[in-house]
Each structure stands twice: as C-alpha cells, then as structure tokens.
Design a protein around this ligand. Sequence first.
Ligand code: NDP
Length: 246
Amino acid sequence: MTSRVAFVTGGTGGIGTAIVKRLADMGHKVATNYRNEEKARSWQEQMKADGYDIAIVKGDVTSPGEAEAMVREVESTLGPIEILVNNAGITRDGTFHRMKAEQWTDVINTNLNSVFNVTRPVIEGMRDRKWGRVIQISSINGLKGQYGQANYAAAKAGMHGFTISLARENARNGVTVNTISPGYIATDMVMAVPEEVRAKIVADIPTGRLGTPEEIAYGVGFLADEQAGWITGSNLDINGGHHMGW
Ligand code: NDP
C-alpha cells in the first residue's frame, strides 16, 4: 500500500473524524484544519489517545487566503497533498420565504465556495504529479431537496457540477474527482434536529436507522484507493436506501 498525504477539511467533526481515522488506518499521512485552538488541541489529544497522529493546521475554508496558507503548511510538514476530502460544512436552516441573506451566504461560502478555495491550490500539483484523489462530501439533500434547506441543497447540488467538470478536466492527469452523498448520519448536525422530526426521518429510511460516520468514511477509503483510478465523475450515495436515484 502506497502511503499518501491526505488533507481532510472539517476533520474534527463527526464524519470528518471517521474519515481521518479511515485514511490513517490505510497508512496515509493525514492533516485537517481547525478554527478553535482549544477544541482542536483536545481533539488532537483524543486522537493520540486512540493511536492516531494527525497534523492540524489553522484556517477557515471560507477564506481563499487562509485555505491556500493551510495547503502550503500541510505541504511543508507532510509533503504534497495527494488526497483531498472537501468535508467541512454547516447548516443554517429556514424556509426560503423567511431566509436572511446571511443564512444563504454563510452556507454557500462554507459548503461550496470552500471547495474552490481549498481545491484550487491543490489541483495543479496533483496534475503535475499525475496522481490525485479529490472527494466532495455532499448530501442526500443536494439530490432530492429538503424543506428548510434551499441554501444547503443549492450548495450541495453545486458540488456535483464541480465534481463532474473537474473530473473531465483532470482525467488524463491521473486525478479522479468524485462526490459522496451521505444520508442522515448520527452526528451533532443531525442530533440537533428535534427528536420527533428525527423519528420521521428514520421512519422513511428503508434500513430503519441513521447511518454511522464510519459508513461514510468507508466510501472515502474506497474512492481514495489506488485501485479506484477508473472511478471519476461519479456520485456515491451512502444513505441506507433513503434516496435511490439514477
Ligand atoms: P460537524 O458539524 O460535526 O463537523 C463539521 C466540521 O466542519 C467541523 O470540523 C467544523 O469545524 C468544520 N467547519 C465548519 N465550518 C468551517 C469553516 N468555515 N472553516 C473550516 N472548517 C469548518 O458536521 P458533520 O460531520 O455531520 O458533517 C460533515 C459533512 O458531511 C458536512 O459537509 C455535511 O454537510 C455533510 N453531511 C452530513 C450529514 C449528517 O447527517 N451529519 C448528512 C449529509 C451530509 P469547527 O469545529 O471549527 O466548527
């Protein structure tokens, strides 16, 4: 197994932590970003206690300058980034007729503009080295829409357009670009939803349960694998059968 350098945005979150661990378990050198020093240090300590040595770099993915600085820092400490997972994301839910401009721009900046900010400083090196994996963490709701999430669904759907264009542009340079669309996962983001709403969501999922962060991380590991070189421009649904699209 070739050991690669991986950068996962939002690695301190529920799904991100599982992705970071999965890639480290595959033998890769892994880095993630943080915004809050205290939170990040205790996360890093916990990871150490669990047997993982994960590099952390400070930066906000909504800032092109900070995103580029993070990428350069990872490159100088671990080496060129070969696997990039655009995972950082937020929700600012509300029905559109009541939505404030700030709810819209915060979500588009964090979930979609971030993908430009972080991928742009990484892609040229991947092209030059003729190997790369770029993986977007989108959402089931970017495919089917969701009440109260016009901002989030727009940003997550935008990731698919990005993926399929970047996949075409970079296929001959050994760089694959794919999206994973998770269904509802038992992380803080979903556990913050009122219990009765959650119960309705679970009732709609054919497998009868929420997913786990590890089940998303498994998909990331699959797409990042050396043998996944002919999978590009695809969307991998991991949602317990909640949305079955063609
Ligand atoms: P969490 O809220 O647990 O984690 C989000 C992570 O993103 C945190 O590490 C957070 O850092 C980071 N982050 C947020 N904003 C920024 C920013 N501006 N700059 C840098 N880092 C930032 O979310 P999940 O783990 O649940 O979700 C991960 C991804 O999966 C998201 O893109 C989400 O939309 C997607 N997803 C989640 C689903 C779910 O059911 N949970 C379902 C479908 C998709 P900080 O601690 O600093 O806030």
